[in-house]
Design a binder for this molecule. Structure first.
Ligand SMILES: Nc1ncnc2c1ncn2[C@@H]1O[C@H](COP(=O)(O)OP(=O)(O)O)[C@@H](O)[C@H]1O
Ligand SMILES: CC(C)(COP(=O)(O)O)[C@@H](O)C(=O)NCCC(=O)O
Ligand SMILES: [K+]
Length: 279
């Protein structure tokens, strides 16, 4: 069994993947701040033959995790951001400083679409662009929905936005603090994503498919104005592409990859941008 680990600032997500069938056998998540202890929602390491890790947590968290796993598992692969990988050239001046979860998302997105906008809605919301041909432009980092809410300190942190609410409801003026905050942070996030998508596509003269991942992807998806796809396993897919271990992975298949949405005509993007600039 392969253990894939995606250690974010809030949650450490894991999944077990069958080496032979390439099927996902189980999944879970633990708070990144807490130590891994028996009884918590962690995988059984006895069945694990290889581990792949993407981590943006503090260095000590990664070091402790790797030390623990190396004692029990032969092969431990740790992903790093690099200058060039799988046909993509990293847009950062110092490529190693790009968050490795962003790099994994960009690599997976590029493998699937040949050029895209990848958005990761976790503790932070990150928006990255990679053009056809493989040039990564760099991207944007904003506080995620939960961080924005917590920073207001209005006691609304435990009331999450229902991911099934319609965008129209979420755009309405809030009638109480919880609603006002939830609708405000929703608007802040989706307006920024829509606007940056329009801006960059216009500037580069290309219409790109948009891919969304992360704990808040479903909510954010409600307010995205262009065709897009949700890909919960996008970071894991980057690990699969960087360290292919199963037959399917070696053949270039990434698990859970969504149907790629048809990109909108560039002309429509430009009209959308002109319209948003009038407001
Ligand atoms: N059941 C949940 N538990 C925790 N966070 C959740 C849950 N559902 C949605 N979220 C949101 O997802 C975010 C965590 O998403 P995730 O992509 O795992 O972040 P990170 O990679 O930064 O750890 C939280 O900040 C919160 O806004
Ligand atoms: C921007 C991030 C904090 C996002 O992390 P996440 O929300 O997924 O926990 C992470 O990708 C990171 O630490 N990046 C390093 C800085 C950079 O990408 O420029
Ligand atoms: K993120």
């Amino acid at each position: 069994m392969i253990l894939d680990l995606d250690i974010g600032n809030t949650l450490s997500k894991w999944r077990l993947k069958d080496v032979v069938s390439s099927e996902i056998r189980s999944r879970g998540a633990v708070w990144t701040r807490e130590e891994w202890r028996p009884g918590a929602d962690i995988p059984d390491l006895d069945v694990v033959t290889a581990v792949r890790i993407s981590s943006v947590a503090r260095r000590a968290v990664l070091d402790d995790t790797v030390a623990l796993l190396r004692r029990q598992v032969g092969a431990v692969h740790v992903a790093r951001s690099s200058r060039e990988m799988l046909g993509v050239v990293n847009g950062y001046e110092e490529p190693g400083r790009l968050g490795v979860d962003r790099w994994m998302g960009v690599l997976a997105g590029y493998q699937l679409t040949g050029g895209c906008c990848s958005v990761d809605c976790g503790s932070a919301v990150t928006i990255d662009f990679v053009l056809p041909g493989g040039r990564h432009l760099g991207g944007y980092i904003m506080p995620g929905l939960r961080l924005m809410k917590e920073s207001l300190q209005l006691g609304t942190r435990n009331v999450a936005i229902d991911p099934d609410s319609e965008a129209d409801e979420l755009l309405a003026p809030g009638k109480n603090t919880v609603e006002a905050v939830n609708h405000g942070i929703f608007m802040a996030t989706v307006s920024a994503v829509n606007r940056l998508y329009f801006e960059v596509c216009d500037r580069e003269g290309v219409s790109l498919p948009l891919l969304l991942t992360g704990g808040d992807a479903r909510v954010v998806s409600r307010g995205i104005r262009v065709p897009h796809a949700l890909w919960p396993d996008m970071v894991y897919a980057g690990l699969e592409a960087c360290f292919p271990l199963t037959a399917a992975e070696r053949a270039g298949r990434m698990s859970g990859s969504p149907h790629v949405p048809d990109a909108v005509e560039l002309e429509k993007i430009r009209i959308g941008l002109a319209f948003s600039m009038l407001l």
